[in-house]
Write a protein that binds this ligand. Structure first.
Ligand code: ZN
Length: 244
């Protein structure tokens, strides 16, 4: 793999950072996926013409960004969700729990109606089939009064998958990953009262996506997200003070 990497200026003070960027280019150029194995430390060191210590520092940087993981005695692999870190929005430091819930719910209200509209434009028959299955599963959980949050989350992620835009899938996944536990586990919220609305909204959204009607999908999702926002406002006693 001698020609795969450019020649590096060894006097460069930010050498590990630069090597890390080249390794990222290599991962992208080779379309490496989760769990693919990176070339070994020695091979990388020889290819770049740098020390193994520099390669180790570069790999450590990639590891801290959750791009790669090390497996003891086996090597370095592409991470499950490369580049995604825990708490990507830094919510831990934004404010209290109620602030986080409000920010996340507003964010979903902005993103998901557009996602639903795009889903109606781009969904393939197999995407729709899966969406209908998840819609039914959510209803079944609600009817049997068992925990439905997880399936509900999957339903919304499936809408994002219908767009065939991986960035939107991740955005929706991340906002949901943060919101659902806060809403569901938190004793502050009684989501029960929103369930009939959720069932009807899910049906309307699914139908709009099935029939390829972006505007109907958008409106049904707006209704669904507004119901969530009203719930948050009710429990937080939140009244917007100032709009800037
Ligand atoms: Zn829902």
């Amino acid at each position: 793999m001698t020609d795969r990497f450019p020649k590096i200026n060894l006097e460069e003070p930010l050498l590990p950072e630069i090597i890390a960027d080249y390794i990222i280019d290599y991962i992208r150029d080779n379309q490496m996926k989760a769990n693919d194995r990176l070339p070994g430390e020695l091979e990388l060191a020889q290819s770049f013409g740098v020390s193994r210590g520099t390669i180790r520092s570069a790999i450590a940087l990639l590891k801290s960004r959750n791009i790669v993981v090390r497996r003891r005695g086996s090597g370095t692999y592409i991470a499950e969700k490369p580049g995604m870190v825990d708490d990507p929005f830094g919510l831990t430091f934004i404010g209290n729990k109620m602030d986080s819930i409000r920010s996340l719910t507003e964010t979903r209200g902005v993103i998901e109606p557009g996602v639903a509209a795009l889903a109606a434009e781009n969904a393939m028959p197999e995407d729709i089939k899966k969406l209908e299955e998840l819609r039914d599963q959510v209803e079944e959980c609600i009817r049997n009064e068992v925990e439905h949050i997880h399936v509900d989350e999957e339903f919304h992620i499936q809408i994002a998958r219908c767009t065939h835009n991986p960035m939107l899938v991740r955005l929706v996944q991340e906002t949901l990953k943060e919101t659902m536990p806060l809403l569901g586990i938190s004793g502050d919220f009684d989501v029960k009262e929103t369930l009939p609305q959720a069932i009807s909204a899910h049906r309307k959204i699914t139908e709009a996506i099935r029939t390829g009607n972006p505007e109907a999908a958008r409106l049904a999702m707006i209704d669904h997200q507004l119901a969530a926002m009203h719930l948050v406002e009710k429990y937080s006693g939140y009244v917007p003070q100032e709009r800037v």
